[in-house]
Design a protein around this ligand. Structure first.
Ligand SMILES: Nc1nc2c(ncn2[C@@H]2O[C@H](COP(=O)(O)OP(=O)(O)OP(=O)(O)O)[C@@H](O)[C@H]2O)c(=O)[nH]1
Ligand SMILES: [Mg+2]
Length: 268
């Protein structure tokens, strides 16, 4: 992310009394930003970690991740913004820890973790736009203030791509699949990662039997009838874009099993 948007984010965090960092519970460690946490700590703000999309993992996995974050010194909750699970509890908790009224909560985190969806779940009325795919209609472009209830304000922010964000997530989450120059290498890395956690993920999602990234892309292209006009070879670029798009839409199921965290909450 560029310096200007980083500064804007810092200004937004600075305006808030409490900061909610939203992580994707399918892979919380790679959607947590150390740099963002350092900034929140430096500004002396209270941090609440919210592990979202809990409807996509077994309940024990969600509970175990919360336990791991708590063991590492974090305030942590799991929720499903779209299924409205745990969101009422989260709202109650925020109100309980906010000292003075009125107070403001900034919602920050990686693109597509569900920041706007959480805001919609906390508010009675929907108003924050959401979208599954980076760069498509409905992603958050601007910092925006909403009122949850009298005295309780919440700020939506555009997704941050922390500099330390690993490949391929940083590129896959940062751009729409159409904008990717060559979608094949990041798609292959994504497939590799998903396969390591769920070997049947592509069999279940597409009915393909291959167990290697290139084979999977080829099989998807062939199945859908996507071929180069001249050579008739499978058009794997189209399959790669499809995989990335379906990953954003949570059509390909996987999760990272909970483990002890290698980082710890510092002074907040
Ligand atoms: N299954 C599931 N999907 C969710 C959940 N929360 C959000 N989503 C989906 O994830 C996608 C991204 O949600 P947004 O709320 O737009 O995410 P965001 O973090 O605001 O995205 P940006 O503003 O682009 O950074 C949308 O398709 C949501 O429907 C959830 O709890 N469960
Ligand atoms: Mg948003």
């Amino acid at each position: 992310m560029d310096l200007a948007s980083w500064r804007l984010l810092a200004r937004t965090v600075n305006k808030a009394d409490i900061v909610v960092e939203v992580l994707d519970i399918r892979d919380p460690v790679s959607t947590h930003s150390v740099k963002l946490e350092e900034m929140i700590t430096a500004l002396g703000k209270r941090l609440i970690i919210v592990l979202n999309k809990s409807d996509l993992v077994p309940r024990e996995v969600a509970e175990d991740w919360v336990y791991q974050f708590k063991s590492s010194g974090y305030d942590a909750f799991y929720v499903s913004a779209t299924k409205r699970l745990g969101t009422r509890r989260l709202r109650g908790y925020i109100k309980a820890v906010a000292n003075d009224q009125p107070f403001t909560v900034a919602v920050v985190g990686y693109p597509k973790t569900g920041k706007s969806s959480i805001i919609n779940a906390l508010k009675a009325k929907h108003s924050a736009q959401t979208s599954p795919v980076p760069g498509s209609y409905g992603y958050t472009r601007h910092v925006q203030l909403y009122k949850v209830e009298p005295g309780f304000y919440i700020i939506d922010t555009p997704g941050v791509i922390p500099i330390e964000g690993g490949w391929p997530d940083s590129i896959i989450r940062g751009k729409s699949p159409e904008e990717l120059q060559d979608p094949v290498p990041p798609a292959m890395a994504l497939i590799e990662k998903i396969l390591s956690y769920n070997p049947d993920a592509f069999l279940d999602a597409y009915g393909v039997n291959s167990r290697d990234p290139l084979g999977i892309l080829e099989e998807i292209a062939v199945k859908r009838g996507w071929r180069y006009k001249l050579s008739k070879e499978p058009l794997i670029e189209e399959a790669a874009r499809t995989v990335i798009r379906d990953y954003h839409k949570a059509k390909i199921l996987f999760f990272v099993p909970p483990t002890k965290l290698s980082f710890h909450r510092g002074r907040g």
